[in-house]
Design a binder for this molecule. Structure first.
Ligand SMILES: N[C@@H](CCC(=O)N[C@@H](CS)C(=O)NCC(=O)O)C(=O)O
Length: 222
């Protein structure tokens, strides 16, 4: 039996979505975030880092979104949702499958952390904390993110999907950064390609089934 360890409002949505695209049977174990937005300690019993997603497949434990997506395609994909090896589309697919966590998510997480700092410090240092947080976001993080969303938009303009003309697991990987950017960065909403991508993924029946399966645990932190 396949089990997805699913932290609410997290990257784990991508795994449930791929399982739905593949038409596999699976169960979802849902974890709630604490008031500090962290995962509960019980996730550390599943994997030492206590992060989500984690996939269990008959006793085998696989962590890290990209590794789980690759594992599922390799084990159950029968060639679906990835371009033929050695083609230019396959090279783009590899890039986006890994860029999602390697390049896209770090500044988005950094933005969320810096934006939350003023709320977490004693009130008398809040004005200074606000200044530092705003400074880091406007001088370092947002310029990086703007560069990224420009690049994502240009790539999507080539064929509608990240690896070209066809939907692949690279689109599943990039869905989380795209949705996070749309909810955290006002400039992202001005990018027609990102809005079209967001609409196109949500129109997929498997995406909607994945949302229905996890109920109120779906979504991204904003
Ligand atoms: N690169 C990892 C990131 C895992 C990760 O940071 N997951 C977040 C959920 S979006 C998490 O578990 N956060 C809770 C915590 O760190 O306590 C992956 O893609 O699997």
């Amino acid at each position: 039996m396949l089990t997805v360890h699913y932290l609410e409002k997290s990257r784990a949505h991508r795994i449930v979505w791929l399982l739905e695209e593949l038409g596999l049977d699976y169960r979802v174990e849902t974890y709630r975030r604490g008031s500090d937005y962290r995962a509960p300690d019980s996730l550390k019993k599943v994997h030492p880092l206590g992060k989500s997603p984690v996939l269990e497949d008959n006793g085998l434990v696989v962590a890290e979104s990209g590794a789980i997506l690759e594992y599922l395609l390799e084990t159950y994909g029968e060639g679906r949702f990835k371009p033929t090896g050695g083609t230019p589309e396959w090279v783009r697919y590899l890039y986006w499958l890994h860029a999602a966590e390697g390049s896209a998510m770090p500044p988005l997480v950094m933005r969320l952390v810096f934006a939350s700092i003023p709320k977490r410090v004693p009130f008398f240092i809040r004005p200074v904390a606000k200044m530092i947080s705003k400074g880091a976001i406007s001088s370092f993080i947002d310029p990086q993110l703007r560069m990224q969303i420009d690049y994502w938009s240009r790539e999507l303009a080539r064929g509608g999907w990240f690896a070209g003309d066809h939907f692949t697991a690279a689109d599943i990987a990039m869905s989380y950064p795209v949705e996070a950017a749309l909810s955290r960065l006002p400039e992202a909403k001005a990018k027609p390609q990102l809005l079209a991508f967001s609409e196109a993924i949500k129109a997929r029946p498997a995406y909607r089934r994945a949302e229905a399966k996890v109920g109120d645990a779906a979504g991204v932190p904003s």
